[in-house]
Design a protein around this ligand. Structure first.
Ligand SMILES: [Zn+2]
Length: 259
């Protein structure tokens, strides 16, 4: 039985890859950041690749803010020293700038999915330590009316891509958004915090799946941390043991970037 299922799925995946190759002839894969033709879906042409700003240590042990000089691995930035965040750590592989902004907007506004496997690889590397101890992944939620308009939640796509890569469960509806918030666009950090305070709660019947677990919250961009903190608080209220935050990109100089 298992053998016949194996052969059948082998034939199906063979048929799928044949279709994928046929599609490539008609629509060759394009770079995620230009119209340049690339060798595989999800690739980025060399000129744009060189402009992406990847993040790595040394960075704040809590929020992942990159340090300009070498620091101890447990060093905290000024903001986290003054007010420790509720999450254990936040990491992102990319600085949010003009280049990565296009990746995020293509994913979030246009629903472009061909970069997801590549993004998941970057995120898994930046978040390797948190993935090693997490029990499950939870995406930051959209309000249901926005989900109806857009028909997808880009954070859920990212969580599923990272989960598939790491072989970890993803609880897509663990968090829900209680009310549709005002857009965060153009708000200061403290305005963003007020805007999302109390907006998130645990989805109906989902608390037992979260209680006692180490949760990895997944979102597209870490801007001021307001959304990450509000989601973390909702998960901790449901007795999550610990929460980590993993995003595709992170604002490094908030004054430079308008989202
Ligand atoms: Zn920090």
């Amino acid at each position: 039985m298992a053998g016949s299922q194996g052969r059948q799925s082998g034939r199906q995946s063979g048929a799928r890859s044949l279709l994928a190759r046929a599609a490539d002839v008609v629509w060759p894969p394009r770079s995620l950041l230009s119209d340049a033709i690339v060798d595989r879906p999800g690739a980025i042409d060399a000129a744009h690749w060189a402009r992406l700003q990847f993040l790595g240590p040394p960075w704040c042990a809590a929020c992942g803010f990159p340090f300009a000089t070498v620091e101890a691995p447990d060093a905290l930035c000024g903001a986290c020293t003054a007010a420790p965040p509720p999450y254990a750590s936040a990491r992102a592989p990319l600085a949010y700038d003009d280049e990565s902004r296009r990746l995020v907007l293509d994913l979030k506004r246009s629903g472009r999915r061909d970069g997801l496997r590549v993004f998941a690889g970057w995120m898994a590397e930046a978040g390797a330590a948190m993935l090693a101890e997490a029990d499950l992944l939870v995406p930051a939620p959209l309000h249901w009316t926005r989900l109806l308009e857009r028909r997808f939640n880009q954070s859920a796509w990212l969580a599923q891509a990272v989960g598939a890569r790491a072989g970890m469960p993803v609880l897509v509806d663990a968090l829900v958004r209680r009310r549709r918030r005002r857009s965060q666009h153009g708000l200061t950090a403290s305005q963003r915090r007020r805007n999302v305070a109390g907006v998130y709660r645990i989805g109906p019947g989902k608390a037992p799946a979260v209680a006692g677990r180490i949760v990895l919250l997944v979102d597209d961009v870490f801007t001021t941390g307001a959304t990450a903190e509000a989601c973390t608080r909702a998960l901790l209220r449901a007795k999550a043991r610990k929460v980590h935050v993993l995003t595709l990109a992170r604002v490094v100089r908030p004054v430079d970037v308008v989202i």
